[in-house]
Design a protein around this ligand. Structure first.
Ligand code: GDP
Ligand code: MG
Length: 443
């Protein structure tokens, strides 16, 4: 909840002690859509809360705290307006009273109140008037000097027109006139942190003492029940006024219904009946609201506690439901992922099998090829060997023939030579002489 937003030290603030953090409480009020949550978000630098929030559910007043400077912690209190679509004005009053009474009992006092108003609104609508009336009663005249009446949405209005509306608000005692006379300050909020800090600075500089609102004084100091407070009385008077108006409308409606009955106009009768039912429901609701208003703060506290417990149970149920849904989704995702993985596995197994078969076929082809090559090689070698053997054989035969021929030639030559020699020399000694006298050595 606490954030640190750097701010220069504000010299005029009286600090309790050096080095201690002082908590300052400022309530932010106004109709729904006046800009309360945005103002608080811009000031604190924290995002606006939406949806379920346990704290705001129990109290309906949300405390947003942030460090304004090194010694000052500002608490901006976001309050529900008296025009909440989900809560009756009685409930809103009770919730605010409960928070204000409890905080005062715990020693928490407000330094100031910022009341936001849309300057872009052409006129003060019924809900805005009622809201302003309740606000004045809640604060009481003695707190008026601690109120800042801040106008928002200046970007949505012509400046001159806005200034004129601002003047009318200040002048009219029914609107802000009385408050201004009694010390309330009118300021403009320009939807920026600087502008918000300008308003907060002003509050810090103006009121050294914190303020006790009328309703806090009535409940805590004077021990009054909520329904006895000025704000509750104003609200009660408003409910009575409304009821009176509804009853008058109801009487008129019934009179017209009788007319329609006389004229036997069925369609008109049905229309009037619807209107009558709606008016009766409003009157009954008013009576119930008055009954609720009579509840003591302790009863309100108990009711809110019960609401809180119911809310906690609901949150728990929602969490449980979310967790179950999450787990279911997770299981579903896991199943889908598993199925996808298995499908992929199957697909690849088919591919692997096909590949393995292809490879086996390839191995077959390879083996056949190698065997064929081997066979071929062996055949070639065998053929080579045959050729060589044949060649050898042929050679040997040739060699043999050659040798034979040589022998026969040599024999023939020798025969011829012998014949010649014997013819020439005639004797063996002659042959020996021939050798001595250098006849061919081969002989
Ligand atoms: N133009 C403009 N818009 C704003 C200003 N303040 C609030 N808004 C817008 O008015 C709408 C109602 O404001 P919100 O803070 O929720 O009002 P709440 O109901 O009082 O809390 C939101 O859309 C805001 O963004 C402002 O000063 N100027
Ligand atoms: Mg809001």
């Amino acid at each position: 909840m606490t954030s640190t937003a750097w701010r220069p030290s504000y010299s005029s603030i009286t600090m309790a002690k050096q080095n201690t953090i002082e908590d300052v409480y400022i309530a932010v009020m106004g109709v729904t859509g006046a800009g309360k949550s945005s103002f608080i978000a811009t000031s604190s630098g924290q995002p606006v809360k939406v949806g379920h929030d346990l704290v705001s559910c129990t109290t309906d007043v949300e405390d947003v705290a942030f460090m304004y400077n090194d010694r000052l912690r500002i608490h901006l209190l976001d309050t529900p307006g008296f025009d909440d679509t989900n809560k009756s004005d009685v409930e809103v009053l009770q919730n605010i009273s409960l928070w204000l009474a409890n905080s005062l009992k715990n020693g928490i006092k407000l330094k100031g109140i910022i009341f936001l108003h849309r300057i872009s609104d052409r006129r003060l609508a019924g809900s805005a008037r009622r809201n302003l009336g309740m606000f004045k009663k809640l604060c009481g005249a003695r707190a008026f000097q601690s109120i800042i009446l801040a106008t928002t949405m200046w970007s949505n209005v012509d400046p001159a027109e806005g200034a004129e509306r601002e003047r009318q608000l200040k002048d009219n005692p029914e609107f802000w006139g009385t408050m201004c006379k009694r010390g309330s300050t009118v300021m403009r909020y320009h939807n920026s942190q600087t502008s918000a800090y300008g308003i907060i600075d002003y509050i810090l500089s103006q009121n050294p003492d914190p303020v006790v609102l009328e309703i806090q004084d009535e409940i805590v100091n004077r021990g009054m029940a909520v329904d006895q407070t000025s704000a509750a009385e104003a609200l009660n008077a408003e409910i009575v006024r409304e009821r009176k108006r509804h009853q008058e409308e109801l009487a008129e409606m019934k009179r017209q219904m009788e007319e329609a009955f006389k004229q036997r106009d069925k369609e008109l009768q049905e229309d009037f009946q619807e209107e009558i039912n709606a008016l009766q429901a409003k009157i009954e609701k008013g009576v119930a609201e008055q009954g609720k208003l009579a509840q003591s703060l302790e009863e309100v506290q108990r009711r809110k506690q019960a609401e809180f417990e119911a809310f906690k149970v609901q949150i728990q149920r929602e969490r449980e439901e979310t967790r179950r849904r999450h787990e279911h989704d997770l299981a579903q995702q896991r199943r889908t992922a598993d199925e996808q993985t298995n499908a992929l596995k199957r697909e690849y197994e088919v591919r692997f099998t096909a590949l393995a078969q292809d490879r086996a076929a390839l191995d077959d082809v390879k083996r056949n090829y190698e065997e064929a090559m081997d066979r071929q090689l062996r055949e070639n070698e065998a053929k080579q060997r045959e050729i060589e053997a044949a060649k050898d054989m042929q050679y040997q035969q040739l060699q043999a023939q050659l040798e034979q021929r040589e022998v026969s030639v040599r024999g023939a030559l020798f025969g011829v030579a012998t014949a010649v020699v014997s013819k020439v020399i005639g004797t063996r000694p002659a042959r020996q002489r021939l050798r001595w006298h250098g006849l061919p050595r081969a002989y």
